[in-house]
Ligand binder design. Sequence first.
Ligand code: ZN
Length: 295
Amino acid sequence: MKTMLRSLLLVALFASAINLPAAMKALIVDGQNNHDWKGTTPHLKKYLEETGLFEVDVATTPAGKGDIASFKPEFKKYKLVVSNYNGQDWPKETQAAFEEFVRNGGGFVSVHAANNSFPNWPAYNQMIGLGGWGGRSEKSGPYVYWEAKAAKVIKDIAPGRGGSHGPQHEFAVETRDSSHPIMAGLPTKWMHAKDELYDRLRGPAENLTVLATAFAPKEKSGTDRHEPMLMTTTFGKGRVFHTALGHAGGGKREAQQCVGFIATFQRGSEWAVTGKVTQKIPADFPTAEKVILRQ
Ligand code: ZN
C-alpha cells in the first residue's frame, strides 16, 4: 500500500511539474519613498504572485540616511524588477548592475513615484522614458502628451518644470494603443479610483509607447492635455512598463486597490519579462462609469 501511495504521489508530482511552468523570479525594490511603501509593497507582491507567474522577493534599502552603499541586490538572479522606490541615489556599482540587468533583457516596472527617482541618472531616465520632480526641466527632455484631434503623441520641448499634479480625484483612463498586448481586450475607457493625476512629466522619451492617457483638466490644476498614464519603453534588450498610477499615503491606497491599476500592473509585469500577456481580463474590471476596488 505504501508503495502504491508513493507511486501515485510521484505521478502527481510529475504531472504538476509538466503542467506548471516554473515561476519567474521577480524582485520588488523599496525602502525609501515619499509614499507608503511599507503599506503597498506587500500588496504589489501579492498582485504579482496571484498571476501564478511570479515568485517574488523584496529588496529594501537602508532607510533615510542609512548606509546606501550596502544596497547591492543581485538583479541578475531575477527576470523582473519592480520599483516602489523614490529615494537617494544608489551606489554607482548598483546602478551599473541594474543597467546591465535591463540592457541584457531583464524586465522593469516603474510604479507611480518611482518615476520621481534618480533625476541625474541618464540610463534610468531612458528606461522610464518620462519622470517628474527632482529638478526635472527642459534639460530632462520633452513633455509628452496625446493630441486628441490628430490622434497622436506630441513631444513638446517648451521650457518648464517637469512633474506636477492637482488634488486627487477619480478620472477616466483611455487606451491609446489597443493592439498592444498589455491593453488588448481591456475596455478602451475606464474609471480609475481617486489618485494623483501626474502631468507635465518630462524625459528622454526614446522608444516610448504611450498605452493610455488621462485628461488633466485646468480646474484641477492640470494642463488641459491628455497625459500619459501607462507607457512602455525599451532599453537594450530589456522591456519597461511604466505606470504613473498608484498614489498611496495617509493610510489610503485606493489608487492601488483599483482593479484597473491591479490588472494593468499584472499585465505590464508579464509583458516586461516575456513580451506577451497570457492573463485573462478580470471580470471585475472597471467600466467607463464605475470605479471598482479590491480589498
Ligand atoms: Zn503620489
